[in-house]
Design a protein around this ligand. Structure first.
Ligand SMILES: Nc1nc2c(c(=O)[nH]1)N[C@H]1C(S)=C(S)[C@@H](COP(=O)(O)O)O[C@H]1N2
Ligand SMILES: [Mo]
Length: 260
């Protein structure tokens, strides 16, 4: 039989079946090695690229940043998360995440610190928050770790709170920042998502006061984002035109917007 190289350059219809099989096998192996090599050296190259924001290599980070830009523009300001009847809400909501909730904490002396300027901080109590109009929502709460649960929450719309306290200059900033009283957990949120009508400063779960491990006295509920952004036990609130720090985005390189 002719050598494989010769077969390779002969037209298919001039080859017998065995020769044709041989030719196709040679071609398959050729492409197999080309692609395997490309994948091997490509990954090797990727591994040796400098990293940015956490442990993500720069080329991958560039792609993630491009995705973020797209989603930043699309943020679900106008889109409403699907709502459900109260009867569909889970009676035993799951507890997940206790960052910033392990320090000594006295709920009785709690007040939310709203930082307006260097020497201008409002201290707002739970009773004052409860005086504002109450909104309830039942929606599918989604955790980035891969579970979701239909849950029923009550509180005041963040936008309503901002209006009631005359925080117009603050609402005009590009980003909201929230942190726990011990500052060990913190999230950054783009202002359009914070001002979304379904975003709540929340003090009730299933019609009862929030349990301590789910954020009592006050937590955020932001249905247009993954659960990571729904910070429990708000201690501080602040505003900036630059991105406010975000625990998961800064430490692990997660997507800053974490939109749905
Ligand atoms: N203070 C604080 N808030 C937090 C977290 C946390 O670790 N600490 N975890 C977040 C994550 S990842 C999720 S999914 C939700 C879970 O809220 P739940 O415990 O009410 O289910 O809280 C978010 N808020
Ligand atoms: Mo989560």
């Amino acid at each position: 039989m002719a050598n494989p190289l010769k077969i390779f350059f002969t037209k298919n219809d001039q080859l017998n079946t065995d020769q044709l099989i041989l030719k196709k096998t040679v071609i398959s192996f050729f492409f197999f090695f080309v692609f395997a090599g490309a994948a091997f050296f490509g990954l090797k190259w990727l591994r040796h690229q400098p990293t940015a924001a956490g442990k993500t290599s720069r080329p991958l980070r560039t792609v993630l940043n491009a995705n973020e830009k797209v989603f930043d523009g699309l943020v679900s300001e106008k889109r409403l998360a699907k709502q459900y009847p109260v009867s569909q809400a889970d009676k035993r909501p799951r507890v997940n995440g206790d960052l910033g909730m392990k320090s000594a904490f006295d709920p009785a002396s709690w007040a939310m610190n709203v930082i307006k300027g260097k020497a201008d901080t409002l201290k707002i109590t739970l009773d004052e928050i409860k005086k504002l109009p109450k909104t309830e929502i039942v929606f599918n709460f989604k955790c980035i770790e891969g579970w979701s649960q239909i849950t029923h929450w009550g509180g005041v719309r963040f936008s309503e709170f901002m209006r009631a306290y005359g925080l117009n200059g603050e609402a005009a900033k590009k980003y909201l920042g929230l942190s726990t009283p011990d500052k060990k957990y913190y999230v950054g949120i783009d202002m359009p998502s914070a001002m979304h009508p379904q975003t709540l400063l929340c003090y009730e779960l299933n019609g009862k006061p929030l349990p301590l491990n789910q954020g009592y006295p006050l937590r955020l509920i932001i249905p247009v984002k993954y659960g990571v952004k729904s910070l429990k036990r708000i201690g501080f609130m602040y505003f900036d035109d630059n991105r406010t720090p975000d625990y998961w985005a800064d430490v692990k390189g997660y997507d800053y917007f974490s939109g749905l």
